[in-house]
Write a protein that binds this ligand. Structure first.
Ligand SMILES: [Zn+2]
Ligand SMILES: [Zn+2]
Length: 258
């Protein structure tokens, strides 16, 4: 049993009217049985929710990615959408200074990020955090807005050990994507090797970032298996141990049945 803790099912190529059955069947054949379909903007949130309504094994989050600034959701809109029983988290939210286009974007991203944390605290639901080239501001805003009251996950983690430790101190789990399998990811592998297993999640972030041996091709939830296998090898543990522990961690954080 294995969980893909972060995927974008509605973005996968050619799902027939939101029917992800083929992808979920392929995943199941690889032992991947639970999925968190993560929202990136409120405009496409109904598509995310449709998948979660259709399949008991698919959960959903509500939020707007830091690069989606056109439709910055106010706190009350997030609260309304989060009432659905399959919505288990708020996000993905956070800061992404890599993709800044205009000077005002940073201010808008930060405001949007704060709104998500406020909504999550109000709802008592965990946060899904996207952080790129914005480590210090992300950690600062998490602290200022008291995100530790709800915790969450640093998704698609790509940073060093000190940052991981700071995030774990705030009650955030660390989630590894296919990036950990890339040759160049030595700093990241060090984190995957040293961190406590009971704070770890695995994800695909599909359709992006396919792990080795599928690097460069479209990613899909089944491939989270390669991420977990890679970490098991790295830590010299049986695959089952990594699968079981990350599944338990997922159930604990998002308060769902494993
Ligand atoms: Zn992301
Ligand atoms: Zn994502």
């Amino acid at each position: 049993m294995l969980v893909d803790s972060h995927c974008h099912l509605e973005m996968l190529p050619n799902p027939v009217q939101g029917d992800y059955r083929a992808y979920l069947q392929q995943a199941e054949a690889m032992g991947v049985t639970t999925f968190l379909s993560v929202s990136v903007e409120l405009k496409t949130f109904p598509d995310v929710l449709r998948g979660a309504e259709q399949f008991p094994c698919v959960y959903a989050s509500v939020g707007a990615h830091p690069c989606e600034l056109e439709d910055s959701p106010a706190v009350d809109r997030l609260l309304t959408h989060a009432q659905h029983p399959k919505v288990v988290a708020v996000g993905e939210t956070g800061l992404d200074y890599f993709h800044i286009k205009e000077a005002g974007d940073i201010t808008t991203q930060q405001q949007q990020f704060r709104n998500h944390i406020r909504a999550a605290r109000e709802l008592q639901k965990p946060l899904i955090i996207h952080m790129r080239d914005a480590t210090l501001d992300t950690l600062r805003i998490l602290r200022e807005e008291r995100a530790q009251e709800v915790g969450g996950v640093m998704h698609c983690y790509t940073e060093d050990w000190d940052t991981a430790q700071a995030a774990m101190d705030l009650g955030f789990l660390i989630s590894f994507s296919g990036i950990v399998t890339f040759k160049s990811a030595t700093v990241l592998r060090d984190v995957a090797l040293r961190m406590p297993l009971d704070q770890m999640l695995v994800e695909t972030d599909c359709p992006y970032l396919a792990p080795v041996p599928h690097r460069g091709k479209p990613n899909q939830p089944a491939y989270v298996r390669h991420v977990a296998e890679f970490i098991a090898q790295l830590r010299e543990l049986p695959f089952e141990t990594v699968a079981q522990q990350t599944t338990q961690n997922f159930a604990r954080l998002f308060r769902v049945a494993p």
